[in-house]
Design a binder for this molecule. Structure first.
Ligand code: ADP
Ligand code: MG
Length: 448
């Protein structure tokens, strides 16, 4: 199948040709014609498989072919969980709207609210936005959605994870009419919360799933290493930075404070590293992403803020310095490499504090993972036995003859956990558990 088989407007076709895309990807082959019929879609395919174009093309086609429902209201709203991803989608959209009568604008949290009010007054056709800020403008009557034709949720599941269901419902309710079409896209859409939400938002949606989230991404190699504590992780990281042949690398940590600490340490060692987190103001965030995407730095240390959607073609390696709190983010994090058919490497560190997350990832990937070792950096940590075994041990302590050995084992497991906590598998800040939870939970919330 070729792009020309879709019957797209010639302005769209000439841009596709200009971009040098000869064949539509699998998701594009299925989602573009389905969306062009006007039906609602729940579409999933692996990271880096061209989902953006799979919604941009049918959206533009619809606007070019159909008369608007209203003179002033936006005709298409595209929502993403992070500002960085919204910017990227906007940039791709602008390639196609340039030279047409269609105006596209970006409405993001962290930017000047009044400037956005003025932008909205100009009645743009496309809004690309993060949900919190867009819902604020909607509440204040800065635009209306009675004429909305298409609502597109990119990385829909992540927006729900971040707690945006209220804002999404509000946007949905403001555009609640018969002609509204809704498209949901992500690499991971098969969990219950998404299904529930899809029932609220979509009308008889067509489901398109190219592979499943659990399917192996054949272009991305996965390696896992057991780590005793923070110092061990650090030593392994230094080893890989010295031995891996990487173009650009993204290192994911659990918290915002870790990004700064780690990037400062790497920079002090003369490496070209920069930190990106939600702690920074928008100007700083823009500057960092622009610089990194232009190759000004080789290493980006970040949180799950950057796990979704970002298409940075020179990222050859992803390192999970800490395992992700939300299991699916593993798939998205490693999906920052191996894009559009290129090869990528992922390396994940699993310390005592990461064990539960690791087991969840292993279950999610539906495969039994074996650990690799670096000969000169072998550790002691071998994983944590399932709780059930510990409970059995406890129950049997009344049996005096066999209890001793098992109790010792249980204490050993406890000790391993303790060491990790004290030595600092998590950063110093996280010694106080209250701070830890707050810090992690707010890691990448994009609210207004
Ligand atoms: P996803 O959203 O599935 O993670 P993206 O939409 O970000 O993927 O696309 C990943 C990369 O693939 C981008 O660099 C994009 O320009 C490129 N791409 C998209 N469609 C095609 C195609 N038909 N042929 C080749 N490359 C493509
Ligand atoms: Mg995407």
């Amino acid at each position: 199948m070729q792009f020309s088989d879709f019957g797209l407007d010639k302005r769209l076709m000439s841009m596709v040709e200009h971009l040098g895309f000869s064949t539509p990807t699998d998701i594009q082959q299925q989602a573009i014609p389905a969306a062009m019929t006007g039906q609602d879609l729940i579409a999933s395919s692996k990271t880096g498989s061209g989902k953006t174009l799979a919604f941009i093309l049918p959206a533009l086609q619809r606007l070019m072919k159909n008369r608007p429902l209203s003179k002033r209201d936006p005709r298409v709203v595209i929502l993403t969980p992070t500002r960085e991803l919204a910017k990227q989608v906007f940039t791709q959209l602008r390639l196609f709207t340039a030279g047409t009568q269609f105006k596209a604008v970006l409405i993001l949290g962290g930017e000047n609210f009044n400037d956005q009010v003025k932008t909205l007054e100009k009645d743009p056709h496309f809004l690309v936005a993060t949900p919190g800020r867009l819902a604020d403008h909607l509440s204040q009557g800065h635009f209306y959605l009675n004429g909305l034709e298409l609502l597109i949720l990119d990385e829909a599941d992540r927006m729900l994870d971040l707690g945006f269901s209220k804002q999404l419902s509000q946007i949905n309710n403001a555009a609640d009419h018969r002609k509204r079409q809704t498209l949901l896209f992500s690499a991971t859409l098969d969990h219950a919360q998404v299904n529930e939400f899809a029932q609220e938002l979509l009308k008889k949606p067509k489901r398109i799933a190219i592979g499943s989230a659990h399917t192996e991404h054949k272009d991305i190699t996965k390696r896992f290493y057991l780590c005793d504590h923070l110092d061990h992780k650090q030593a392994l990281l230094e080893h890989f930075l010295a031995t891996e042949d990487y173009q650009q690398m993204i290192i994911f940590t659990a918290t915002r404070s870790d990004t700064e600490r780690l990037s400062a340490e790497l920079s002090a060692k003369g490496l070209s590293a920069v930190a990106l987190s939600g702690d920074l103001n928008q100007g700083q965030r823009n500057q960092i992403m622009d610089g990194f995407s232009k190759g000004q730095q080789k290493i980006l240390v970040t949180t799950d803020l950057a796990s979704r959607g970002l298409d940075l073609v020179n990222v050859s390696h992803v390192i999970n310095f800490d395992m992700p709190k939300h299991t699916e983010e593993f798939v998205h994090r490693i999906g920052r490499t191996g894009r559009a058919g290129s090869k990528g490497e992922s390396i994940s560190f699993v310390g005592p504090k990461d064990w539960l997350s690791f087991k969840n990832v292993e279950a999610f990937l539906q495969q039994s993972i074996t650990f690799e070792q670096v000969a000169k950096l072998k550790g002691k940590f071998k994983g944590i036995k399932p709780k059930k075994a510990a409970q059995t041990t406890k129950a049997k302590t009344t049996d005096k003859t066999s209890s001793k050995k098992k109790v010792v084992k249980t204490n050993k497991a406890k000790k391993a956990f303790h060491i990790a906590h004290d030595v600092g598998d998590m950063p110093v800040l996280r010694k106080k558990s209250v701070i830890a939870i707050e810090d992690i939970d707010n890691t990448d919330n994009e609210e207004s």
